[in-house]
Every structure is written in C-alpha cells, then in structure tokens.
Design a protein around this ligand. Sequence first.
Ligand code: HBI
Ligand code: FE
Length: 290
Amino acid sequence: MGSPKHHERLDHDYTIDQAWETYTPEEHATWCTLFERQVRLVPSGACEAFAAGLTKLDLNEGGIPDFRRLNEKLMALTGWQVVAVPDLVPDAAFFEMLAGRRFPAGRFIRKPSQLDYIEEPDVFHDVFGHVPMLTHPVFADFMEAYGKGGLRSLKFDALDHLARLYWYTVEFGLVKADDGLRVYGAGIISSKAETEFSLKDPSPNRIGFDLLRVMRTDYRIDDFQQTYFVIDSIEHLMEACSVDFAPLYGELETAADLTPEALTPTDHVLHWGTQAHAAAHPSTTTGETA
Ligand code: HBI
Ligand code: FE
C-alpha cells in the first residue's frame, strides 16, 4: 500500500506530485464514501475549530481534493501547505516539513475493503483528519512549533517521547467544550467507531493534559486508545508546550514509562476507565515503534 507506482520520481525532500488527474473514478468514489460517513460525526463529535475548518476548506467537492486548489485556501487562512508524500517519511524529514508549515499527506487512498482500518496514513486520514485543524491560527502555530521541537529533539535522543506528544494530541486528542468533550485528534475523527468510543465509552481513561505525563505514556497502535488526554483549549495546549523541553528530556531519562492504561496519584482524572474494551481485546503490540 502507498507504493508510488507511476509517481515514482521522488523529489529530494520526499514529496511527490499529487498527479490529481490520475486518480480513478473508483478512488474518488472511495473519498466520497468516507467523507459522507465521517462528516456526520462532526456536528456532535468534533470540536468547533475542526468543524469550522471543514466548512472553510469545502472538502466535499465530489472526490479527492486537488492539493493545488486546497492550498490556495489553506495558504490564505494560515500560510500552511499540503504536500503529497508516497508513504511515511523519515522523522527528520517529517519535522522539517512541519517546521516549514508544510503538511505531508499520503497521495494514495485506501481500497474499498479497507474503509475502517489502514496502517499507513492515506489521503483521507491526512486531509480530512488533519487539514481542517490547520485552518485554526493557534493550532497552525502549534504544528509548526512541534516540527521545530522535533528537529531539536533529535539531538537529545528524545524522539520516542516527543512522538507520544503528537500521538496523544494531534492524533488522539480531546478538548473540553461547553457541553462536554469534543474530538480534535485526526486519528479519532477519521474513525467512526473511535469517535464514539473516545467520547462516550466507559472503558478508556480520560485525564487532563499534562506535558510530562503524556511524554511518559506508552500507547497502543493496534486498537482504540486506553487513555485520552483532554486539553482545556487549543490556546492552553500551545501554552503548555511553549516551554523549554530540554529539562523535561532530562527528567524523562530517569522517569519510568507509564503503561497505556496507568493512572497516577497526580493525574487530573475526568473519567476513570473500566478498561473493559482493552480487557476484551488484548494488545498485540504497544509503543511507538511498530
Ligand atoms: N510521515 N507522512 C508521514 N505522516 C506522519 O504522520 C508521520 C510521518 N513520519 C514520522 C511520523 N509521522 C511520526 O513518527 C512523528 O510524529 C515522530
Ligand atoms: Fe495522522
């Protein structure tokens, strides 16, 4: 999956031409199927910033968005650009792109047989899941700061810790709203089942975001999360992460990792999960290296 096929010519920075004209009618139809399914979750499940971004970008023009047109809108809103990549890009290249306000999006789209689950990020996950949040000015800055922090983290051998921050925020983050919790994480909002699970199910823990705590916490890549971290607002996330990470990396060297379901005495627990789902679906793998 995600192999470049006829788009083999790699630019040195891992980006490829989206070659929008070469998507097949079947591929556009897969986008529409996924879009119609997921867009229904937005009014009750997604945070305001995501819903507003989705409206501004007009992603339902009848198929896979053409990045050239998408980028005109996105550039005008927050100065971000979406660039096509064939696959996961190496960490340093990924950080370099984010630091330059360029978001790498998979060019390929999943097959109709993989509507619910794919291992690698495809154009639907990347564009529907991530790009609406990039229209929010503070979130847009957060993503750039994450990229810059990622580049710095390479010197500290702290990549695993920093990857957990991305995982528990950008991919699987929840945010407080007036009437309860909402999703802002792309990994949740591109999954119908996990949107419902993360917001409503008694199984997972839901705890207040704490930067050091998040960077200590291992995560599951093979099932729903056992813990979701809740931010007060995007502004609060940005503020909490606008600190020097170097001393934190020092602390993390000696602090023990926490398991995905762990609760600690200092956690601000919003919901103490039963972990019934996890008990019924034992983990086959955990951690940031698949
Ligand atoms: N590459 N295309 C792509 N998309 C990602 O989300 C991505 C990546 N490379 C590395 C990576 N994510 C993560 O390991 C970083 O958060 C560390
Ligand atoms: Fe993602």
